[in-house]
Design a protein around this ligand. Structure first.
Ligand code: BGC
Length: 762
């Protein structure tokens, strides 16, 4: 764990430079705008520990698979959203010596992320090896208002004597990925141009994404704009060098305005025009105007998605950090994009899609954005249906059965560990559940009819083929799976997987029946296009009625899988000190044989299907499984926070909340240097809204069942629901609900039916 991020409601602050933790800080201070983003690398040279990374959403490379032992069915590649153009670079020479913090005596240092405005600040004073003292103030933005652009402002003041300063501002396209499987180069150079703006064009190998980066530098010395400097180009590189002789106390200010466009969004012959237009839009403004526009754009986001907590700055900062990161990773404008578990903040899992999106992120976007944002997340999977059918085909399934990949960017499977790629099939269920969740929340049943049902049928066909009839049990079983708890592989009858499979089949049958009444013609057209056979529905119903769901009647709990009770059940609390995280201390074999649970598994099912169980059943399962859970996936604490809150275990709920909320800020799992846990950040939001505020949708009505942690004075948030917008404020002994829209809404609040008139009427 780390404990040096200073608590503040709107800022993330570090007030010292810690070279040994630089990669951690680079992750924490990452910024982006949904279209692109970057780790908080320094502008000037840095010879210490750093992981360079700036990424463009959807621009990926299919890195050839690397595995120890090839298994039939493994994908050929792992798609990576790759390091793109290093655009922030400033090479600074002061009296011929390079400014490099790793070589300086640091007098003061502060990095500050202003989450309200979406601006990253860094200031430092340092003494260089040649005795020169300098002061730097740097500001950087990925603009929300023009999402293919970014900018920075960098001011350098010499403090203790006159100095000759040379600043070379450049674009560097010769970048690599640390996680490249075969140290391959992912880019080929196409063109460099320095006639006017500095332009770098390059293209990915294999996927042929062409990227054009266009940079304009503006330089001021002592407030006076300088004419352009000496320009230079090389393969993958364009730069412009400016010189100034500064007297002690004088400064040079460099502003970099950059547009980065790609063939993902523009035809090849329009790339240059697109880059020029976008660059013009920002370069025609002063830096202060850009900050103003950025602040306004963020204000609109905060207006919808902020959560205000009174009385607990650590919790307040954390929830804002989580919300900030989610909004800078995904804006929902483009159904080809999704939410990578590390967003634009690191390489591992960066930019690719997991079940995390459907299981954790969707509810956040549903409640804080227009429905089209969540709909785009569903459309992403809809567009990949054919590939999911192909993917299932590669594993031996047929007749339209669809298995969505564990990890993907374009619909094709990228994951290559058999126990996950082939066996962690519960992900299919989350994709179906997201359709249900979306329709339950928005009431957009038209989506079901035009898109959702087709996906549900593909998924149901998969389940119907994946189960088999057990003569011995006289029930259907599902063998050889990995549940959400990845610390068990190749188990039989994982309760969660069996449960969600049955749920999918039942839900699909229900939607077919509904469609028969509502859109008969459309339904028959769909069923005939999908070559839906008469025997499919009865078979699905038979599986629904006869699926084996393991449970232990003595304990009154569902069994995570067959044989779970044969394990030695020693609670996590009794594990010796120093063995956690288990995955860094125990052999895999030992983990597999142990009872320890990586993340919610049975409890994930209880979370999804809560209304099917009475409170005692939920309590028994929670009390049995939680003590065996090590929460070594970032996705774990939030589900436990929500269930603990429901069970009235308020201290536990709060403990899990803090753990999920400050997971990265305090580096709980000691892995934040690889990048932030973006998808679990949605879980933090869930922990407050579904956990503490108990928000649910039941029978088309919003319900809240609130509690407030002891040390908070109040918490407040907005949710959008079916065209209305509510403001909820819960304090220690009161609550307030405001309807900020034009239509009245009836909700159930702490058990009472309330009709909430629009605010302007009251
Ligand atoms: C979790 C998975 C998750 C993945 C990406 C793994 O550690 O076990 O459930 O999908 O991380 O976040």
């Amino acid at each position: 764990m780390k404990n040096y991020i200073i608590h503040d409601p709107w800022h993330i602050i570090e007030d010292q430079f810690r070279a040994e933790h630089n990669e951690f800080s680079e992750s924490i201070f990452s910024i982006g705008n949904g279209r692109m983003g970057q780790r908080a690398n320094f502008e000037e040279a840095y010879s210490g520990k750093t992981m360079q990374g700036s990424y463009l959403a959807g621009v990926y490379y299919p890195d050839k698979t690397r595995v120890g032992w090839w298994k039939n069915g493994y994908p050929e590649y792992f798609a990576k959203v790759i390091n793109a153009v290093q655009w922030i670079g400033l090479d600074i020479q002061i009296d011929g010596t390079t400014l490099d913090l790793a070589q300086c005596e640091i007098i003061s240092f502060e990095r500050r992320l202003d989450m309200k405005a979406g601006v990253l600040y860094r200031t430092f004073r340092a003494k260089m090896p040649n005795g020169k003292e300098v002061e730097i103030t740097a500001k950087r933005m990925y603009h929300l208002f023009q999402s293919d652009t970014a900018s920075l402002q960098y001011t350098l003041r010499v403090l203790n004597s006159d100095a000759d300063v040379a600043v070379r501002s450049y674009l560097d396209g010769d970048v690599v990925n640390r996680d490249s499987n075969y140290d391959e180069r992912f880019w080929v150079p196409i063109a460099e141009d320095i006639q006017d703006d500095l332009v770098l064009v390059k293209e990915t190998r294999k996927t042929t994404f062409r990227v054009e980066a266009r940079l304009r530098n503006v330089c001021y010395v002592g407030g006076t704009a300088q004419s352009s400097g000496i320009k230079r180009k090389e393969q993958f590189y364009v730069g412009e060098e400016l010189h100034a002789h500064l007297k002690a106390g004088e400064s040079i200010r460099m502003e970099k305005y950059v547009a980065m466009v790609s063939s993902l969004n523009h035809p090849l012959d329009k790339l240059t025009e697109a880059a020029q237009n976008s660059l013009e839009k920002i370069a025609s403004k002063s830096y202060d105007e850009l900050i103003q526009l950025q602040t306004e754009a963020w204000a609109r986001i905060w207006e919808e998605s902020d959560i205000q907590i009174e009385g607990d700055v650590a919790a307040q900062q954390a929830i804002r950090f989580n919300i900030f990161q989610l909004n800078q990773t995904y804006t929902g404008e483009d159904a080809r994009l999704n939410i990578g578990p590390k967003g634009f903040t690191g390489e591992k899992y960066g930019g690719v899609t997991y079940w995390d999106t459907e299981a954790y992120c969707l509810p956040f976007y549903l409640a804080t954005q227009e429905p089209k944002v969540a709909r785009n997340l569903l459309l992403y999977r809809y567009q990949h249906l054919e590939k999911a059918i192909e993917n299932a085909g590669k594993l031996g399934f047929s007749d339209g059965a669809a298995l969505y990949p564990m990890v993907t960017i374009n619909g094709e499977e990228c994951h290559n560990e058999w126990e996950i790629t082939f066996e962690e099939i519960h992900r299919n269920g989350a994709i179906a559940f997201a359709i249900y969740n979306y329709v339950r929340y928005t009431d957009d049943s038209e989506y079901l009819s035009t898109h959702g049902l087709e996906v549900l049928i593909g998924i149901s066909r998969f389940w119907a083929q994946r189960v088999n009839w057990s003569e011995q049990k006289q029930q259907y079983v599902m063998l050889g799976v990995t549940g959400p708890n990845e610390y068990e592989n190749n188990v039989n009858n994982n309760w969660y997987t069996n449960k969600i499979a049955v749920w999918c089949l039942r839900y699909t049958l229900k939607v077919i029946a509904q469609e028969q009444t509502l859109h008969e013609d459309r339904l028959y057209e769909l069923l005939s296009r999908l070559d839906f056979k008469a025997e499919e529905s009865p078979l699905w119903q038979h599986i629904v009625d006869n699926m084996y769901l393991p449970e232990d009647s003595g304990r009154g709990v569902f069994l995570q899988q067959d044989g779970f009770l044969d394990k030695e059940l020693i609670p996590v609390a009794e594990l010796p000190a120093g063995v956690r995280p288990l995955n860094q201390h125990w052999s895999w074999d030992r983990i597999l044989r142990s009872c320890y649970i990586k993340q919610a598994d049975v409890l994930q099912g209880i979370y999804f299907f809560e209304d099917e169980f009475d409170t005692n059943t939920i309590r028994r399962n929670y009390d049995f499984y939680e003590p065996l859970t090590v929460h070594e996936s970032s996705l774990s604490p939030c589900v436990h926070a929500i269930i603990a809150a429901k069970l009235g275990k308020e201290d536990k709920a709060y403990e899990f909340y803090l753990r999920t909320a400050r997971l990265d800020l305090d580096d709980y799992n000691n892995d934040t240097e690889d990048g932030l846990h973006i998808t679990s950040m949605a879980g933090t939001w869930l922990a407050i809204v579904e956990g503490f505020a108990g928000m649910r949708v039941r029978d088309g009505q919003l319900h809240f069942q609130t509690f407030i942690p002891k040390n908070w004075q109040s918490y407040a948030f907005h949710v959008q629901y079916r065209g209305t917008k509510l403001y909820i404020n819960v304090s220690q002994d009161d609550f307030e609900v405001k309807n900020l829209s034009d239509t009245e809404i009836s909700i159930i609040f702490n058990g009472e039916q309330l009709l909430i008139e629009p605010e302007w009427k009251s």
